[in-house]
Design a protein around this ligand. Sequence first.
Ligand SMILES: Cc1cc2nc3c(=O)[nH]c(=O)nc-3n(C[C@H](O)[C@H](O)[C@H](O)COP(=O)(O)O)c2cc1C
Length: 253
Amino acid sequence: MILYFSGSGNSLAIARQLAEKLGERVLSLYDAVNADLQGETCIGLVYPTYWLDAPVAVKQLVAQLVLPKNAYTFIVITCGAQTNNAVWSVRKILEQKDIQLDYCHKIRMPDSSAIAFGRNPNNQAWKFDKFASRVDLIAKELLDKRHRLHFSWFDPFGWILNTKKVSQKVYRLTLPAINSEKCIGCGVCTKVCPQANISLIDNKAVMDNRCTLCLACLHFCAQQAVEVGGKTTIPERQYHHPSVNLKDMVRRG
Ligand SMILES: Cc1cc2nc3c(=O)[nH]c(=O)nc-3n(C[C@H](O)[C@H](O)[C@H](O)COP(=O)(O)O)c2cc1C
């Protein structure tokens, strides 16, 4: 079973590709928390790197999972460039549950946060070709049940950045906000937000405080009514993985 978390669909796309090659099924981490996984012989976790670490929601969800002790357990991280502590911190959570991580690797994808820094994630589509063979390599190593942690070191800078005090300032740089003048109350953002952090009040989207920074709301809003850092969102810079559509991203439950 491959458990995933995804904001712009990159990690979902990789989870699906691996599932097909391994003959496994995919399940959202949110659904996995309530699922019976005890009969699984292989557990994969596929999620992105946010701010040099795993997304806060991923760490919270993995902490809640009830995982089988003897399953072959792997992590595949997607990232724009580097994974920093994204494996290390989840591995630590697994170890607290007495679960040994058998394998981890990373795949570079278009950086879904680039829009927050005035750059265009769609200009990074070259990464699909460059790293396509990595998916094949990972699938082969997983089928062989290889024991290899390609990336799992501790990065002190990543740790400092994600401490409560520092992260409060840093996370704001990629915190989405609703531009209520542009919002038409279509509700798409309320459905794609994995955290169920957005609701409609008087036909306008309103955010609560459980945002995990995935930017699904920003990338899927057809009105460009979700902005980050006060910058106007332009359609050309909205991004989602080409194999993933809005329906795939709609939260279940
Ligand atoms: C808030 C935020 C922070 C990010 N931080 C990093 C980072 O520290 N390092 C990195 O290489 N990529 C970073 N990225 C890029 C994502 O890891 C990358 O685009 C990933 O494939 C997104 O996967 P998803 O669509 O499944 O969420 C960040 C993206 C977001 C939205």
